[in-house]
Design a protein around this ligand. Structure first.
Ligand SMILES: [Zn+2]
Length: 577
């Protein structure tokens, strides 16, 4: 293979050039492409013609055709030039003038491994119970009943309470997780099986919400959910593997070619990924996190580094540690500089400033990238302070630490992302102006902070590298939905007219870059992912309708018709195209 020497530049190399940011990638890619072009005469395996290609490459922003050999793009240009490269055995496909973009890359995603009732969008507490009853009917009579996706506005006066579950489920344990995954509601049976009572002490970083007499209401926040959750039986290895296969197929159908898993995996999950790699059944590239914690041992750090160095293949990588610094706005647990407008609390930070600096510095000195869930302005500032402190204490190198979600940064902290080289890992779809946002999120935050929440444009204008994700299953993983929200801050039905705090809307091409090149940069993979150019991995998606230069409402019409990952089809829409 003449191209062999060109495979995969070492993304781990800590050269100062990377510190210049993702804009440099196309230059290096072009150099690589030039090398590739003169590296051999083997014809491409396949060529794709007659497309409208948005390449993401500033050197060649558009093209109509590209050629693929193995898992790489070997040439890109106009139809005549690319067709001329084809040999008799080259597979040629005409894309009928459709839009092609780089494969979507979700920088913050989770793998659901447990079958559970879907509570998203339930109208009220009666519908929550009805969905749980339907789901329970599919389970053995003694099984725990689980659900996910409720929001406070589904309950009377926005307060979830076990009484709404007890009437329907007196003798079966029920635990349901909210949409954001930061609080759970258990019924009385589940609380008693878990021995959670008026006497139970609050765990660190968690809250047991109580009635006036001290009895738990069933609402457990942040770390307190573990008190009940640890009694749930674990899914089997087979169930986890089946869940991985199922979710990969769904991801490919949404045009996703890379996913970054924003949580550490258990042993059974790790085995499922290893099995998929061995069986060559991965349809998506994965990057998987390891745990970030206060009391990490030297041996654990060495194990995380070994995991990173042992998985250098194109499909499955490690090298990032995920930590939770606070909760969510909807639960009133995100750590704020000033009290919430309702309730008057300031959230539940899980670290002190000193603990966080200490922990970040240790991971940083081991050469591990750190991503911190930080939603409130106080937690975001703590993260930036800790990343800055680690950079001062340890040697100079390419770190790319990340703040996850950063929903309500203090305006003074926004320029610090670019200055410190910290990645803003945001989720455009969080700005969906649905009932939860308008009747729970915004009132809790108050008008001044709501107006500057999820500041996608302000981050772009401050020069931050912004990587988009979905936080699936918290929100749907569909990147086109995320792009629609980034561009409109409206619901699909066009409300609220003009968008929810429209000053922070961004353009389609900016949103595309955040879902492709910038997500790749956040994973140290911008030299081979996120841009369609010679030498890059052949990850792309072809859409039914154009999304560039169209009216925002048209964004929701487009659906992937073909997804290619590493030169192979991972999804093809059924029926005639
Ligand atoms: Zn998450």
């Amino acid at each position: 293979m003449p191209t062999h020497a060109l495979r995969r530049p070492r993304a781990s190399a800590g050269t100062s050039a990377y510190a210049l940011g993702p804009a440099l990638a196309p230059l290096l890619t072009a150099a690589l492409g030039a090398l590739l072009a003169c590296s051999g005469d083997a014809p491409p395996d396949r060529v794709l013609l007659n497309a409208r290609i948005w390449t993401g490459d500033s050197l060649r922003p558009s093209a109509t055709a590209l050629a693929i050999r193995g898992d790489r793009i070997v040439a890109i240009g106009d139809d005549a030039t690319i067709r001329a490269l084809a040999a008799a055995e080259t597979r040629i496909e005409d894309l009928g003038g459709r839009r092609m973009v780089p494969g979507f890359h979700d920088a913050h995603w989770h793998l659901p491994t447990r079958r559970t009732a879907d509570l998203v969008g339930a109208a009220d507490e009666r519908e929550v119970v009805r969905r749980l009853q339907e789901f329970a009917a599919t389970l053995p009579a003694d099984a725990w009943i689980t659900g996910r996706g409720w929001t406070p506005d589904m309950f009377p006066r926005n307060v979830a309470h076990r009484r709404y579950l007890d009437s329907a489920f007196g003798d079966r344990p029920v635990i349901i997780t909210d949409r954001d995954g930061h609080q759970t509601l258990s019924n009385t049976r589940a609380l008693s099986l878990a021995a959670v009572s008026a006497e139970t002490r609050e765990p660190d970083g968690g809250a047991i919400v109580r009635d006036d007499d001290g009895t738990p209401t069933g609402l457990l926040q942040e770390t307190a959910s573990v008190l009940v959750r640890r009694h749930l039986p674990d899914p089997s290895e087979e169930e986890i593997y089946a869940a991985l296969r199922y979710e990969m197929h769904r991801a490919a159908a949404f045009g996703l070619t890379a996913l970054q898993i924003a949580n550490a995996l258990g042993e059974a999950e790790t085995k499922a990924f290893a099995r998929a790699l061995t069986e060559d059944s991965l349809l998506v590239r994965f990057r998987v996190a390891v745990p970030f914690g206060k009391d990490v041992s030297d041996s654990a750090l060495r194990r995380y580094v070994a995991l990173r160095d042992g998985a250098r293949g194109p499909l499955l990588r490690y090298g990032i540690a995920k930590g939770m610094l606070d909760g969510t706005v909807d639960a009133g647990t995100a750590a704020m500089l000033a009290p919430y407008a309702i309730g008057g609390g300031t959230g539940l930070p899980r670290f002190t400033d000193a603990e966080l600096v200490e922990a970040v510095t240790r991971y940083d000195s081991a050469g591990l990238q750190v991503e911190l869930h930080a939603i409130g302005d106080r937690a975001i500032r703590m993260s930036l302070d800790a990343f800055g402190a680690a950079a001062e204490r340890n040697e100079t190198r390419d770190r790319r630490h990340r703040v996850e979600h950063l929903e309500v940064p203090d305006p003074a902290d926004i320029p610090r992302f670019a200055r410190l080289g910290v990645i803003a890992s945001t989720q455009a779809i969080f700005a969906t102006p649905d009932a939860t946002t308008l009747t729970n999120y915004a009132p809790i935050l108050g008008p001044e902070r709501s107006a500057r929440a999820m500041p996608f444009r302000a981050l772009d204008e401050a020069g931050a590298v912004q990587a988009f994700g979905s936080d699936y299953p918290v929100f749907p993983m569909d990147p086109l939905l995320g792009i629609h929200v980034a561009v409109t801050r409206e619901l699909p039905d066009g409300t609220p007219n003009g968008g929810w705090f429209p000053a922070n809307r961004i353009g389609v091409e900016a949103a595309l870059r955040h879902y492709t090149r910038d997500a790749a940069y956040a994973a140290f993979r911008e030299l081979e992912l996120g841009v369609l150019a010679p030498g890059m991995l052949a990850d792309l998606v072809v859409l039914s309708d154009d999304i560039v230069g169209v009216a925002p409402a048209m964004l929701l019409r487009a659906k992937p018709v073909l997804t290619v990952m590493g030169g192979r089809d991972t999804y093809r829409a059924p029926g005639p195209r």
